[in-house]
Ligand binder design. Structure first.
Ligand code: IDP
Length: 146
């Protein structure tokens, strides 16, 4: 209808966003939610949970051979994180832009990582990097989501 076309002209897409344990511990859940809602992205699911080692290893399987893998799994299972499914036009790309570069020192000021983090591992948020990753990650975290 005309009203919804004024809000968006593209087909909606979903992505998995995590406010990582460092972001939760620092009280940045509201800040991340504010930024993605202000951008126009919509929340579809949200849950505070502590990951098992198995889920963490599955989520980061593509990094299993990297030297930082063991530390990354320790970090991501080290406390509760906020798992979100977010929907909107070009959401995957839109959230990656809000998050900023992986290395927070290189991330532009104005991005979440650029404004709130200094270390590459403890970089506050995760966002799926492709439609294939998004489908896999949404299913891993929210298997019952329709
Ligand atoms: P992304 O989260 O921006 O997509 P990836 O390269 O997929 O970045 O890395 C996944 C996560 O692994 C990063 O967000 C960060 O927490 C961690 N990480 C990436 N590279 C390094 C590193 O060189 N040292 C320590 N941790 C890293």
């Amino acid at each position: 209808d005309v009203g919804s076309r004024l809000v968006s002209t593209s087909a909606p897409e979903r992505t998995l966003v995590l406010v990582k344990p460092d972001g939760v511990a620092r009280g940045l859940v509201g800040e991340v939610l504010s930024r993605l809602e202000a951008k126009g992205l919509r929340l579809v699911a949200a849950e505070l949970r502590t990951l098992t080692r198995e889920t963490a290893e599955t989520h980061y399987a593509e990094h299993s051979e990297r030297p930082f893998f063991a530390d990354l799994v320790e970090f991501i299972t080290g406390g509760p994180l906020m798992a979100l499914v977010v929907e909107g036009p070009r959401t995957i790309e839109a959230f990656r832009a809000l998050a900023g570069a992986t290395d927070p020192v290189k991330a532009a000021p104005g991005t979440i990582r650029g404004d709130f983090a200094l270390e590459v591992q403890n970089n506050i948020v995760h966002g799926s990097d492709s439609p294939e990753s998004a489908a896999r990650e949404v299913k891993l975290f929210f298997p019952d989501l329709g």
